[in-house]
Write a protein that binds this ligand. Structure first.
Ligand code: AKG
Length: 260
């Protein structure tokens, strides 16, 4: 699939290429959005009322090294993403590697629940616990009570599903996986699709993606695709509306919206 997409867009093996909004911009991948192999696994993580919230992308040879969150409210504790008394958050990214060699996904466990500081140097491999690819359920993590960043080794076909408020980033292993490095030596490509429960948190994230982040270039989903989503029970209620027009206060703490 990676080879096909790169060839179709005239992208060479190691060239940087990123496209957001899969339905509108990389339709070759759109069928994965409703693919039960992905959707069922997302359901297991966030609940039965899973909906597609439009944010989705294909990245070739791109590595987001810096620690970051994908949620609309990026700073811990500030804004509606962190208020769950009414509804739990339940917005998650499903990311699948299409090409990956010596690649890992770095994540700071519990950083969606606790204000855990980022490590100052993402290159420092000694600051991580490593989850090798394969069955990792028995790998002991932070048994001493200290939460440490985790490196999840990734290979093609691996699907990672994570709450988008978690601090994370991409990593490249150096020789024998003994250090981390900044540059890719092998092609890397991945697809990411964001889903959420049929709730206000998901509607806020959709409006943030579609209407606030003009830089990401999202457009309306075509009517025929809304029908597909509806037929698969993946259509988010109120998906055509900009929630911040109706309720500007929901934009608290979101970069790019006037502070309330
Ligand atoms: O693999 C990477 O570069 C990290 C990807 C990432 O941060 C993301 O998709 O949000």
């Amino acid at each position: 699939m990676a080879t096909l997409i790169k060839a179709g867009y005239g992208v060479s093996e190691m060239e940087l290429f990123t496209r957001a909004d899969i339905v509108n911009q990389v339709p070759e991948l759109a069928s994965y959005i409703t693919d039960p192999r992905i959707v069922e696994r997302v359901r297991t993580c966030i609940g039965d009322d899973v909906r597609f919230v439009q944010q989705s992308d294909f990245h070739a040879n791109y590595v987001a090294h810096e620690w970051h969150r994908d949620s609309a409210n990026r700073e811990f504790g500030i804004g509606c993403d962190w208020r769950e008394d009414h509804e739990p958050y339940r917005v998650a990214k499903a990311m699948m590697y299409l090409e990956a060699k010596d690649i890992a996904f770095a994540i700071i466990p519990c950083s969606h629940r606790l204000n855990i500081p980022e490590t100052s140097d993402w290159r420092e491999i000694a600051t991580y616990d490593v989850l090798p690819s394969g069955n990792v359920l028995d790998v002991p993590l932070y048994e001493d009570g200290n939460i440490r960043p985790v490196l999840v080794e990734g290979t093609p076909g691996d699907l990672l599903i994570f709450d988008i408020r978690l601090l994370h980033g991409g990593r490249i292993f150096g020789a024998s996986h003994e250090f981390l490095q900044g540059a890719l030596e092998h092609p890397k490509s991945q697809m990411a699709i964001v889903y959420g429960a049929n709730n206000e948190h998901s509607r806020r994230f959709h409006s943030y993606t579609r209407f606030v982040r003009q830089d990401m270039g999202y457009a309306d989903l075509p009517d025929h695709y809304l029908e597909i989503l509806n037929s698969k029970d993946l259509l988010l209620d109120g998906m055509t509306e900009n929630i911040f027009d109706r309720a500007p206060s929901l934009g608290e703490g979101i970069l790019g919206l006037p502070s309330q």
